[in-house]
Design a protein around this ligand. Structure first.
Ligand SMILES: [Zn+2]
Length: 64
């Protein structure tokens, strides 16, 4: 049984870990198999996600 990871918004402390990913979708994901509620902010020039956004308070922080 996989342990539920802990991830909180640095601003509002909301829990950013969602439901466990259903078995039928696992092949599209890498572990830990939980949905993430945070939103990736994609930089076209760098061609990667540079920041995350909290869906609750809309705060953004740098990806590390
Ligand atoms: Zn937040």
């Amino acid at each position: 049984m996989e342990e539920r990871p802990v991830e909180q918004c640095p601003f509002c402390k909301a829990d950013l870990i969602g439901e466990k990913i259903p078995y039928s979708l696992l092949e599209h994901y890498s572990p830990p198999y939980f949905f993430r509620l945070k939103i990736g902010i994609y930089d076209r020039e760098l061609d990667r996600i540079t920041h995350w956004q909290c869906p609750f308070c809309k705060g953004t922080w740098e990806r590390n």
